[in-house]
Write a protein that binds this ligand. Structure first.
Ligand SMILES: [Zn+2]
Length: 243
């Protein structure tokens, strides 16, 4: 029998989701986010870039504000009002202390118990190669939980009034091929379709299909794939690291 996935920890009030690009959270995570905001939990989105290099036919200076707008709409569809951008360069995000410091600063500002990020591993399902941006942001987010809690790492943050926050208890990574936990996607599913559909410009370039049919089919497939390991319920999966 396949190993069953654990339910996600529920003992938290604030989450910070840190990803590289607009749409990273909408390709799967958003159904879980919708359920959490329904329960009165606070979720903030932090994006390393504005996704300005994501659409071949649209130049970065035009693309950035457009994708920011679509990202804010996608977040609003699942009850997230707070969306921040770090303005690293799309496609060439570097893993390193600059990125760790930016994420640690956000962790200190928002004081989450749960950090969320996207697949930091080399591949998607052992098949497709992951992008350097996802790897860099995923790894830096896993590392920033500790950086945020240590007063001697990035002392300049304390000079800016950002005191250490060592309250991150879990880092949940979406989209890995080694999931450990899951969230029932049923109640948030419709809103997750709307949140992905908010990235309309990106999706219209990506596919010839009707955008809504494309979003619905993708998210149905993704959540159904997890069901056999989660009591038959459609689910969003996470690889959870405890601290
Ligand atoms: Zn991405």
């Amino acid at each position: 029998m396949t190993q069953q996935l654990e339910p996600m920890p529920a003992d938290w009030r604030r989450a910070l989701a840190v990803v590289a690009h607009p749409d990273d959270l909408e390709y799967g995570c958003a159904a879980a986010v919708a359920g959490w905001t329904d329960e009165g939990r606070e979720v903030t989105y932090l994006l390393a870039t504005r996704g300005e290099a994501g659409i071949d036919t649209i130049a970065p200076d035009v693309c950035a504000p457009l994708r920011e707008r679509e990202q804010r709409a996608g977040a609003a569809a699942v009850g997230v009002a707070s969306v921040e951008f770090l303005d690293h360069r799309d496609g060439v995000i570097e893993y390193g202390t600059a990125l760790r410091r930016d994420i640690a600063a956000a962790v200190r500002r928002h004081r989450p118990e749960l950090l969320i990020t996207l697949n930091h591993r080399d591949t998607w399902g052992g098949v497709a190669w992951n992008t350097p941006d996802h790897r860099a942001v995923g790894r830096a987010t896993l590392d920033a939980a500790g950086d945020a809690g240590n007063r001697w790492i990035f002392p300049e943050l304390r000079e800016q009034g950002l005191e250490p926050w060592d309250g991150v208890r879990w880092i949940a990574v979406a989209g890995t091929d080694r999931p450990t936990h899951a969230v029932d996607a049923t109640s948030g599913f419709e809103r997750s379709v709307q949140s992905l559909l908010a990235h309309r410009t990106y999706i219209e370039v990506l596919t010839e299909e009707d955008p809504e049919a494309y979003c619905r089919a993708f998210l149905t497939g993704a959540t159904a794939a997890a069901a056999e390991r989660f009591g038959g319920r459609p689910a969003v999966t996470f690889e959870v690291f405890a601290r």
